[in-house]
Design a protein around this ligand. Structure first.
Ligand code: NAP
Length: 394
């Protein structure tokens, strides 16, 4: 059994804490975040719901020496990075120095540039290998479960996969005119960026929201789905053999897009500092302050999410198409973990990734993406841990 250190007590962090406390794999849990008050809230919930204790600590995850000191004090078997993508490299660096395994849910991003790619995290591979420790990247839903769905399709359904579409639908309604379901800054940087997909060996760039299609999501219905760039495509083109095209689509309602366009037009999505009444502010960070905290949306969100992959390829010389997807209900996830389904669908796979590592089912030395491991134990765990999935032949 194992001891873990979770860094980041936000919307997803809450689910990770609840699910790790529920799972016998984890003996001792320490939750650390920038503000101790965020940790105290979840510590109290755990005591009330499960009559269990977790330790808490305050840490600035941008500060490598502070992280190393905390890791050496707590002596965890692994660190789960559930803070923001900005902290990936500092937490990886601290794990290397303290020689403990690492997991995250999102690709590194520099605060000053809304561009995410694995290059900087993959560059740690040799150092992690030399230290004899594992860094598991992107153990959320997308990236995360979507990568595992692709590996599962490749293992059980195809000789070669030729095309993959990743389809992410959130049909939840929180009743606010405008709010994001995970960290607003990260979310808005992602969806207002140019789109990109990969075809015949090269990346093709599109204007934001330029490509739209309508997909009929099981248990939800037809929804406008827009092509975005998403990080799991970068690792999947390396690891899924024979792939000719991969795209990522996400649903957005008219109201969300109109709000976003308006905010963009007036400069509120800017990520460079501007002068305001004698002080410097970043418009996007100010907007985050004004918007509802995603961690508080759970109580008021109704509806479902449906995230999956459609893979098309060849098996024994015959063409086939399969759709693997999960459906998650916001109200159900709130009952279980006091969180809406977007946090839940990210936090559960983070817990499962950690469980795979701590049970030795997924282990290695170096930096790995999810599809590089055997998908079967992870797929079994999804069924048992609250994210059942379905396979449909189309
Ligand atoms: N793969 C997926 O499917 C997926 C989906 C959604 C989200 N995500 C990722 O999940 C992560 C968490 O998202 P979220 O919605 O939970 O965000 P959130 O609610 O904003 O929570 C982030 C937490 O990180 C903490 N934090 C930020 N900077 C820190 C620092 N320098 N030191 C220590 N702690 C710091 C904050 O701490 P305080 O509260 O203490 O200030 C906050 O509680 C993000 O990386 C996001 O991109 C992944």
């Amino acid at each position: 059994m194992s001891d873990i250190l979770i860094i980041g007590a936000g919307g997803v962090g809450r689910v990770v804490v609840h699910k790790c406390v529920q799972d016998a794999t984890f003996d001792h849990i320490t939750l650390a975040s920038r503000r101790l008050s965020s940790c105290e809230l979840y510590q109290k919930e755990v005591k009330e719901r499960y009559n269990k204790e977790i330790d808490i600590a305050k840490v600035d995850a941008d500060d490598v020496p502070a992280l190393v000191a905390l890791i050496k004090k707590v002596k965890p078997d692994m660190v789960l990075n559930i803070a923001l993508p900005y902290q990936d490299l500092t937490i990886m660096e601290a794990c290397l120095q303290a020689k403990v395994h690492y997991l995250d849910t999102a690709n590194y991003e520099h605060p000053d540039s809304a561009k995410f790619e694995y290059k900087e995290q993959w560059a740690y591979h040799d150092r992690f290998k030399k230290a004899g420790i594992l860094a598991l990247l992107g153990s959320g839903f997308d990236p995360g479960v979507t990568n595992v769905f692709c590996a599962y399709a490749q293992k059980h359904y195809f000789d070669t996969i030729e095309t993959i579409d990743i389809l992410d639908c959130n049909a939840g309604d929180h009743g606010y005119p405008f709010a994001t379901n995970f960290n607003p800054e990260i979310n808005l940087r992602e969806v207002s960026s140019k789109g990109r997909y990969w075809e015949n060996g090269k990346w093709i760039e599109t204007e934001p929201m330029e490509i739209k299609m309508v997909w009929d999501y099981p248990e939800i219905g037809k929804k406008d789905s827009y092509l975005l760039y998403h990080e799991e495509m970068e690792s999947l083109i390396k690891h899924i053999k024979g792939l000719k095209r991969i795209r990522f689509f996400m649903t957005f309602g008219e109201s969300y897009l109109t709000h976003m366009k308006c905010l963009e037009n007036v400069g509120m999505l800017g990520i460079q500092k501007v002068e305001h009444n004698g002080c410097k502010i970043v418009p996007m960070q100010f907007l985050k302050t004004l918007l509802p905290d995603p961690a508080t949306l759970g109580e008021r969100t109704k509806g479902k999410t449906n995230i999956g992959i459609v893979a098309k390829g060849l098996k024994d010389g015959t063409e086939k198409t399969i759709y693997i997807y999960n459906i998650c209900d916001h109200e159900e996830t709130y009952k279980e973990t006091l969180s809406q389904a977007v946090s839940y669908t990210t936090g559960v796979p983070a817990m499962i990734g950690a469980k795979m590592m701590m049970q030795g089912k997924w282990m290695g030395q170096g930096v790995f993406n999810m599809e590089q491991f055997d998908p079967d134990p992870f797929m079994d765990a999804l069924k048992n841990d609250g994210l059942p999935w379905f396979v449909k032949e189309l």
